[in-house]
Ligand binder design. Structure first.
Ligand code: SAM
Length: 236
């Protein structure tokens, strides 16, 4: 099924029209993944996949450390946290106000189990669908209070939704703006979108602050990145 790209204003680009939906854009897919991972964790304490690999996660954590303007007490929200390993890593670095949200109940249960096993019982987790307006109470919303919102693979998953992915992406973008403080940071890691595409889409509400370097590959005389990691700040 083709994504709906009708009459959505300047957010529709040629890139959107080329984008195919996939089962990775459905809640059922992620619920099945995390039900399986939850069982595995109960059996063998295997935490499951860290999407895009541990290095992708560490690049974000190291960038936040090097940036030096994020305090350990600042509120950090992991959007589509999956197994919550990003938050476990941030907790290990000393960050104290950590929240993960995911629409998969099994993911949140797995993330809680992993955090509990690590003795990190102060990490907060919540089940919520981030393509619904966060101001309407879908999330125990601390709107305007997060210093950092982290996304690794979640915008990618939302982009693959079978039905009206563009509207979902637009709501997601607006939600992030509402969740962040005025001086907040939105850190996104994507394997489906290039830097140019992410900048173009998020430029309605955000401006680019920093590009987190990721490995490059060379193919057919061209150089590219398999993963893109960017830091945006909200426009006033
Ligand atoms: C590629 S996985 C990444 C998981 C985690 N961020 C990581 O890096 O390991 C995408 C995650 O986004 C979550 N997700 C997708 N759409 C969502 C939505 N509308 N609301 C909340 N979570 C969503 C999925 O359940 C899944 O955990």
């Amino acid at each position: 099924m083709e994504p709906n790209t009708e009459a959505k204003g300047s957010d529709v680009t040629g890139d959107d029209r080329d984008f195919q939906s996939s089962e990775l854009g459905t809640k059922q897919f992620w619920e099945d993944v995390y039900v399986r991972d939850l069982d595995n964790f109960k059996e063998s304490e295997d935490v499951g996949d860290i999407w895009f690999g541990e290095q992708s996660q560490m690049r974000v954590v190291r960038w936040l450390e090097d940036y030096e303007h994020v305090d350990l007490q600042d509120a950090i929200l992991d959007l589509g946290c999956g197994n919550g390993m990003m938050l476990v890593e941030l907790h290990g670095e000393g960050y104290k106000d950590l929240t993960g949200v995911d629409y998969s109940e099994a993911a949140v249960q797995l993330a809680r189990n992993i955090a509990n096993k690590e003795g990190m019982t102060d990490i907060k987790y919540e089940v919520a669908d981030l393509i619904h307006d966060v101001r309407q109470g879908v999330l125990t919303c601390r709107c305007g209070q997060y210093r950092v919102c982290v996304d690794k693979g979640t915008y990618d998953a939302i982009s693959l939704m079978p039905d009206d992915a563009l509207t979902a992406r637009q709501t997601y973008r607006t939600n992030i703006k509402h969740l962040l403080r005025a001086d907040g940071l939105f850190v996104i890691t994507s394997c489906n979108w290039t830097q140019e595409q992410l900048e173009e889409f998020f430029s309605k509400d955000f401006s680019l602050l920093s590009v987190i370097p990721t490995p490059t590959f060379h193919f057919g005389g061209k150089t590219g990145n398999s993963v893109t990691s960017l830091v945006f700040k909200p426009k006033s």
